[in-house]
Design a protein around this ligand. Sequence first.
Ligand code: C5P
Length: 218
Amino acid sequence: PQARVVAVDGPSGSGKSTVSKRLASALGSAYLDTGAMYRAAALAALRSGVDLADKDAVAEAVRTAKLELGTTPGDPFTRLDGEPVDAEIRGAEVTGAVSAVAGVPAVREHLIAEQRRIIAEAGAGIVVEGRDIAEVVAPDADLKVYLYADELERARRRSAENDTDVSATAADIARRDAADSKTTKPLEAAAGAVAIDTTHLGIDAVVGRMLALLSNGE
Ligand code: C5P
């Protein structure tokens, strides 16, 4: 049978990274963090010094950069031009620039082609997380899940992770949701996606639900 593809979409703080890695480990499949790809692309644009409003220059900077994604769920990594950038792509500078870079159509085209190549080559199946996976990247996925949570809970999770102030984090999340909404639909479930509210659900419960959906052949 063909390798199984699971699409996990949702906004920042919905729990999708933690859940996706855990699900991939449970399934013995690969894991792809497409947000890390957009973040590394934003870092490439920042490092090249181009004006982020110059879409052609941004796209060219991203196309000439070398992105490498580690897809083992227990040890995912992102490299830019051979250098590990896992910490830097989570920093404030990249987080502030990523929506603009992800909004450049030629950047998306380039990264989506790369994502589809990684998915096609994942022999043991793959869990792919992002914003547009069910709708655009892998519409034929075997399972599509949309994870969401209350805004305050999402801000609490992010601020605990990054050791930042909850209200500043909430403002930052709201800003990024609004900016991303011009490009993808971070606050909407795609057609055919199972929506799971993670506000009051633990990670194990969410992963358990997804495993049940997969074994029911949904
Ligand atoms: O998931 P994460 O918060 O790391 O994603 C970072 C950013 O990358 C998002 O805010 C969005 O701008 C962009 N993104 C996207 N499409 C995806 C995944 C992420 O546009 N599939």
